[in-house]
Design a protein around this ligand. Sequence first.
Ligand code: ZN
Length: 242
Amino acid sequence: MRILVLSDIHANLIALETVLRNAGEFDRIWCLGDVVGYGPEPNACIETLRRYDLVCIAGNHDWAVLDKLELEDFNADARRAVLWTREQLNVQNLDWLHALPDSFRTEDFTLVHGSPRAPLWEYVLTSGIARINFEYLDTSLCLIGHTHIPIIYRYDNDTQNVTAEPLPEEIPVPLQGERMMINPGSVGQPRDGDPRAAFALLDLDTLTLTHYRIEYNVPATQLKMGQANLPLRLITRLSYGW
Ligand code: ZN
């Protein structure tokens, strides 16, 4: 079983389609939230995902669009994008967003957008935050999104220390026997200084995860954002992956 792991698509259909075209064979998608918000094509992104065998959990932007989270906690540009997205979404897609769970668990994996402790909100940005969150984790492995930065947090059972390491590109990471929290990075709005779309392929037979980056047509997404009158800062940041 091969699972395509996606996170933080943020209504960037061109990035999503580029990933889907180039990911190779997979049986299922696990999506770690923030399907919408920021980008210009929220309906099409939801409808594209729904064509697949899919597990999708909610992100903070998905909930903000539904008014399930306080908009005051968003910065002005993000808030404007949330309000714009709310007007665009059709009833079926709003219903679909409403039905998304805040987490998902298998025997080995927990899927959350933010963190095990606060699935919708907390940013796991440091080893210290990761270490606290391992205490809230019932499975050995956890897949997270939200920061838009690909990373591995590895828990050492002997020292009880957590180390952070970059997620290597195109090198399978063995997961067997490990306690890890892994962020595959963002499809639609990378924030690690690399504008390429990020994703991962999880092989459940070999229990390995492989991270990939792929170039997509950034100017084409930016053009659509401009036509939708979305905030300029959100448009330009895609060029820099920040
Ligand atoms: Zn996000």
